[in-house]
Design a protein around this ligand. Structure first.
Ligand code: G3P
Ligand code: CA
Length: 244
């Protein structure tokens, strides 16, 4: 565990960075999340053909950049030529697909980083990087793949790891010794939270985009909310604090 996951506050986690206002999974989006007062950023990690860990959601670069091709078939040099900001808007022209190490460097332990592993096989390299950069106390590893979560827990029991799910089955997280359970907001119920509590699991929900979803998450008492717009969640938390 770490200070964020032990906190009794509800964490505001910027999904792919502050992706409502900046291009997803870019340094611009991560810096903006920090400026907007997020506690954490969520990002997606994949490996290039030459073994570099890069931050991008899709298996291909086509949707978010001006390039084409599969991340797993491109070298870091090839990937870095693509513009990852231009499609979002002219002010972001020149943003690149970042190396995970550069995101760690930019955030420097100021925010928690939720690293979602999109494809199995990167666990050992990811843990090496986290240890080398002294980020063990500032990272949560998450994945939809239960085997990835189990592998992380085997390789590094000190490393918090969470299981992502769309249809809620918290026992799946218990069975891989996860630290956290991350149900989609549409599957989040008071029963799910109660079941997680009884197994000592932190509960973080995703991806909250409306006030109603945020209200539901706060009502059932989650430990963290992953949102495209961290400001929306910050405002709602502030309102709750001031209401009688
Ligand atoms: O961390 C939760 C969320 O990021 C999972 O969905 O598709 O945005 O990676 P996706
Ligand atoms: Ca993700």
């Amino acid at each position: 565990m770490n200070k964020w996951l032990e906190s009794d506050r509800c964490l505001v986690i910027a999904h792919r960075g502050a992706s409502a206002a900046a291009p997803e999974n870019t340094l611009a989006a991560f810096r903006l999340a920090a400026d907007l007062g997020a506690d954490a950023v969520e990002l997606d990690v994949r490996r290039t053909v030459d073994g570099q860990l890069v931050v991008i959601h899709d298996a291909s670069v086509d949707r978010t950049t001006d390039g084409t091709g599969r991340v797993a078939a491109l070298t870091l040099d090839q990937l870095r030529r693509f513009d990852a900001g231009r499609k979002f808007g002219p002010p972001f022209r020149g943003e690149r697909i970042p190396l995970l190490s550069k995101v760690f460097e930019a955030l420097g332990g100021r925010l928690l980083v939720d690293v979602e592993v999109k494809a199995a096989g990167v666990e050992a390299a990811l843990l090496d990087l986290i240890k080398k950069m002294q980020m063990v106390d500032s990272v949560l590893i998450s994945s939809f793949d239960a085997q990835v979560v189990a592998h992380v827990r085997d390789l590094a029991p000190e490393m918090p790891a969470g299981l992502l799910q769309s249809a809620a089955d918290p026992y799946a997280a218990v069975s891989v010794r996860a630290t956290a359970y991350l149900p989609e907001v549409t599957a989040l119920t008071a029963d799910v939270v109660a079941s997680c509590r009884s197994h000592g699991l932190r509960v973080i929900t995703w991806t909250v985009r409306t006030e109603e979803e945020a209200r539901q998450a706060l009502r059932v008492g989650v430990d963290g909310i992953i949102a495209d717009d961290p400001t929306l969640i910050r405002k709602m938390l502030a309102r709750l604090k001031t209401s009688p």
